[in-house]
Design a binder for this molecule. Structure first.
Ligand SMILES: [Zn+2]
Length: 206
């Protein structure tokens, strides 16, 4: 069993939306391991992925205490969004047609995200922000939506891949020069797969 896959801190997707999709381990198997078990875990992950600042994290957790129903609803939305993102990019990674229902879910969140979006000057350039909604319990969802849209429109979809280790299921953006990345992590699924092949070969030689 993988240490990486059970560590909530690992970010291997190279794109925010893919790291978010990877908040379930063993997504391709019969026993997926859900890491967003409650709203606090969602906030913790978002802080780790640098969507939220430390003061924002504190403020959201305080607010979630006061509005627990709303926090619970946000968690449900986060998981709905994540599963749609996961299925969309899994289809893309495997050369399959994307489901219109998944696109409809993403488009629904896109509408909300863009109703909050603002272009602001930043470091001599401009940046897209979602500051208008930054005090809301669901504020972490909008940069994730933006990341999914950016990736879908990037023209680089042939670099979206799914780890070949079964039943890992993790998605990543392959930024290697010759598009040769096959694993979420060489130290994890890569090594396990190599060991599996080695023993298979050995036992067939007997
Ligand atoms: Zn893997």
């Amino acid at each position: 069993m993988s240490n990486l896959n059970t560590d909530s801190g690992i970010l291997i997707g190279e794109r925010l939306c893919l790291d978010f999709a990877n908040t379930v381990s063993w997504h391709n198997g019969d026993n997926p391991n859900e890491r967003l078990l409650n709203y606090e875990k969602l906030v913790e992950w978002s802080r780790h992925a640098e969507i939220l600042s430390i003061p924002q994290e504190k403020q959201l957790l305080e607010k979630a205490n006061r509005y627990s129903d709303q926090a619970e609803k946000t968690l449900g939305e986060a998981i709905e969004l994540r599963e749609a993102i996961f299925r969309l990019f899994r289809s893309i990674a495997n050369g399959l047609k994307t489901d219109t229902l998944d696109l409809a879910i993403l488009n629904n969140y896109l509408t909300k995200a863009y109703s909050l979006a603002e272009i602001i000057p930043k470091d001599g350039n401009f940046a897209l922000t979602f500051q208008k909604g930054e005090n809301e319990l669901d504020c972490m969802l909008w940069p994730i939506v933006q990341s999914a849209i950016d990736l879908l429109l990037s023209g680089n979809l042939n670099r979206v891949k799914q780890c070949e280790g079964e039943p890992c299921g993790w998605l990543f953006f392959d930024s290697s020069r010759n598009k040769s990345r096959r694993w979420c992590s060489m130290a994890d699924c890569g090594n396990r797969e190599k060991a599996r092949r080695y023993y298979k070969k050995k036992s067939s030689q007997k």
